[in-house]
Design a protein around this ligand. Structure first.
Ligand SMILES: [Fe+2]
Ligand SMILES: [Fe+2]
Length: 238
């Protein structure tokens, strides 16, 4: 389906006159970002401060945690302006993405999550950079440099860990356990929600195209850059 040329909606005020289907679709996206940013900050980024091995690593991890909580705050504020009840924008009562059900135990796990889960987040945010709803597009533009910093943080610390055989083995073990949950983050092929998002120019690409792009970019990082193995994930499991 080719996206329609939806006239840009420049403000939350203007949104009130837009089709109900468009408003509902936007609420879904804003709510899911608000929930996932908070979930991730609570389950991964804040606990990682205690696991970081050096003052320098703790300092950067604090910055990452601050920014992830900040992303939740920004998405929640936009959601509130759009009329989403605050209770719907916290993890309480929401079925979490599977990755959030495995609490962080090691520093290597955190570095791998930043390397690979934040790469997935970058693809999602990139897709919103030309969103027809300008407040969401602007939020994506503000968030993007921070998500890039998080992924770079993951890449830098994983690279450092992989300098020793033992460190490389721990990074590989974390990749083997966390990566298989990530391709599912992009949703099902042929998704009805995604069709609506594209119809209104909220998102630009089908889920399956984003997932294929993600797997290619993850493979370049894990295999070509780190010299490790990326587990095969069957498309039907993704
Ligand atoms: Fe984030
Ligand atoms: Fe992030």
């Amino acid at each position: 389906m080719t996206p329609t040329t939806m006239a840009p909606i420049k403000s939350v005020q203007e949104l009130k006159g837009a089709p109900e289907e468009y408003q509902t679709a936007l609420r879904k996206i804003v709510r899911s970002h608000a929930v996932n940013e908070l979930y991730g900050a609570q389950v991964f980024d804040e606990p990682a401060i205690a696991l970081a091995p050096t003052p320098y690593a703790k300092w950067l991890t604090c910055r990452v945690a601050m920014e992830e909580y900040g992303h939740h705050v920004r998405f929640r504020e936009l959601g509130e302006q759009m009329g989403i009840p605050a209770a719907e924008m916290t993890p309480a009562g929401k079925r979490p993405l599977s990755i959030f059900e495995f609490p962080l135990k090691t520093w290597e796990e955190f570095c791998v999550i930043k390397l690979l889960a934040d790469l997935a987040e970058i693809l999602q945010v990139e897709d919103l950079l030309s969103c027809s709803f300008h407040p969401l597009r602007n939020l994506a533009r503000m968030t993007m440099p921070e998500e890039r910093f998080h992924a770079q943080f993951g890449k830098d610390f994983c690279t450092e860990l992989c300098r020793t055989a033992e460190g490389g083995a721990r990074v590989q073990d974390a990749i083997d356990r966390y990566y298989p949950m990530l391709p599912a983050f992009f949703g099902k092929a042929g998704s009805k929600n995604n069709e609506v998002f594209r119809k209104y120019g909220i998102k630009q690409r089908p889920n399956e195209a984003m997932r294929a792009d993600y797997v290619t970019r993850a493979r370049a990082l894990v295999q070509d850059h780190l010299g490790l193995r990326l587990p095969e994930v069957a498309p039907e499991a993704a």
